[in-house]
Write a protein that binds this ligand. Structure first.
Ligand code: NAG
Ligand code: NAG
Ligand code: NAG
Ligand code: NAG
Length: 443
């Protein structure tokens, strides 16, 4: 396999597993392009940047030419329409390869730099530390890049940052010669993929305006105080530390500063301690909470029932050792509850009764596959009028399939296979994806 093909594969895998975080990056609105002509020395800086690009298969920099004077019209460039200064550079996911030229520093007004998903890096494949000198940067995306060095503490100099995406960056071992890029023999590269790691994140506390932080995939296993660092950034709205080799989430905090937190992703860290001892259950601002493959176990705490902003709870693939007896009736914003492969037991009737009871139900996706659930399929689910997808496969649910399901006008997907159900399959008003197991007479 060609090196870039291998990287593409890695990107695909990582992209699939980080769909949630990517989808919710919440890009700020783009500035409208206008006729404002660009500043000559900024144009020179961009041309110098282009000189260090070794591969541009999509030709996205083909508009970057000295003959086309107005660099504000070049692809990926956005200028202020008052001053003509370059405010935004977005070259993400365009297969660009090469070195990130320090000439970019001439773009003194730059607020938004997105190089995510490219094959760019700093000199000798290292982290481009000079990026830490931008004075006005609000948005920095270096996700999916590879660096032959650790994250520099100077990132803390970017005190105006609101968005920082370092997720799924990976490292090439520093002993590999810089000529690595010329190797066509992939077997050498295959050894080279490691996730980036860092032993110090204390620089984060200097980012006083940071709202969105994604460090998914960066190995933070040696940083036992990571939560205390994060708790010193009260501006945070979104935090993803998926697959960071975090050892635990049961630290005790005397005071929780993260009162603006709306999204928390801690999936794919092996915690293996009781769910209820985790630190985040008191943060009632959380809207999206993702905890798949954390192997948290035991009962969910009652505090979950007080997280009234919660719209998404992703808690799947957790080894069937959790229980959920919490009364969720006040979670009126809840639209997605994904618990596949995580519960050790449970009674479907009791479970359904505890779901939100609100004047207008928002619950659309309920996944309870592979959970050892027993009990009789409830016939009355009048509080779940918005349900679009219901998955109950591979449990021990008995009884007959509710004819009442016919009244669920929003239902599009119903998965009931591998249970002990009987009765008529009701005709559902919408285009349905049925998934019955036809191996036996039982559905
Ligand atoms: C960046 O931070 C380092 C300490 O982490 C400091 O020594 C340096 O002077 C800072 N650089 C700039 C350009 O502010
Ligand atoms: C993370 O780093 C630690 C310590 O260097 C190491 O033991 C562990 O294997 C790493 N985890 C992963 C997933 O690479
Ligand atoms: C809360 O955040 C502020 C501001 O960053 C910090 O000074 C304080 O120490 C934090 N409190 C705790 C308990 O970490
Ligand atoms: C979280 O809430 C529980 C019960 O409401 C309370 O006992 C505990 O002190 C709170 N913890 C923090 C850190 O606020």
């Amino acid at each position: 396999m060609h090196p870039s093909a291998a990287k593409f594969l890695l990107l695909l895998v990582a992209a699939a597993s980080s769909f949630l975080s990517v989808a919710s990056h919440g890009l700020p609105p783009r500035q409208l392009k206008r006729n404002a002509s660009c500043v000559p020395h900024e144009r020179d800086a961009l041309l110098a940047f282009k000189e260090n690009i070794t591969s541009d298969p999509e030709g996205i920099l083909s508009s970057w030419r000295r003959g086309r004077k107005d660099c504000c019209r070049w692809m990926g460039v956005t200028c202020s329409n008052q001053t003509g200064h370059v405010l935004e550079l977005d070259l993400s996911y365009r297969n660009l390869a090469g070195q990130i030229s320090p000439s970019l520093l001439s773009l003194e007004h730059l607020e938004h730099l997105d190089l995510g998903g490219t094959y760019l890096s700093g000199h000798d494949g290292r982290f481009p530390e000079f990026l830490c000198s931008f004075k006005n940067l609000r948005y920095l995306d270096l996700s999916f890049l590879s660096f032959a060095s650790r994250l520099p503490a100077q990132l803390g100099n970017l005190s105006t940052l609101e968005y920082l995406y370092l997720n799924d960056a990976y490292s090439l071992p520093s002993e590999v010669p810089p000529q690595l890029g010329n190797l066509s023999n992939l077997r050498h590269l295959g050894l080279a993929y490691n996730y980036l790691y860092t032993t110090d994140i204390s620089w984060l506390v200097r980012l006083h305006q940071l709202e969105y932080l994604d460090m998914a995939g960066i190995n933070l296993s040696t940083i036992d105080n990571w939560l205390h660092v994060v708790n010193m950034i009260p501006s945070l709205k979104s935090l993803s530390l998926r697959n960071c080799s975090l050892p635990r989430a049961n630290q005790s905090l005397t005071h929780i500063n993260l009162t603006k937190l709306e999204m928390l992703v801690l999936s794919k860290n092996y915690f293996g301690h009781p769910i209820a001892s985790s630190w985040f259950w008191n943060i009632t601002s959380i809207q999206q909470l993702e905890l798949y493959s954390t192997y948290l176990y035991g009962p969910f705490p009652d505090a979950l029932g007080r997280m009234t902003s919660l719209s998404y709870l992703g808690f799947w693939e957790n080894g069937n050792s959790a229980t959920m007896a919490v009364d969720l009736k006040n979670l009126c914003e809840l639209d997605t509850l994904l618990l596949d492969g995580s519960l050790s037991s449970g009674n479907i009737t009791e479970f359904i009764e505890k779901l939100p009871q609100c004047s207008s139900s928002k619950l659309q996706h309920l996944n309870l596959n592979d959970n050892n659930m027993t009990g009789i399929m409830p016939h009355v689910m009048g509080h779940l009028t918005s349900l679009a997808a219901l998955s109950l496969s591979n449990n021990s649910i008995s009884g007959s399939i509710s004819p009442g399901l016919q009244n669920f006008t929003s239902l599009e997907e119903l998965f009931l296979s591998s249970n002990h159900l009987s009765g008529q399959i009701p005709l559902l008003p919408r285009g349905l994806v049925w998934a019955f197991s036809l191996r036996s007479s039982k559905y």
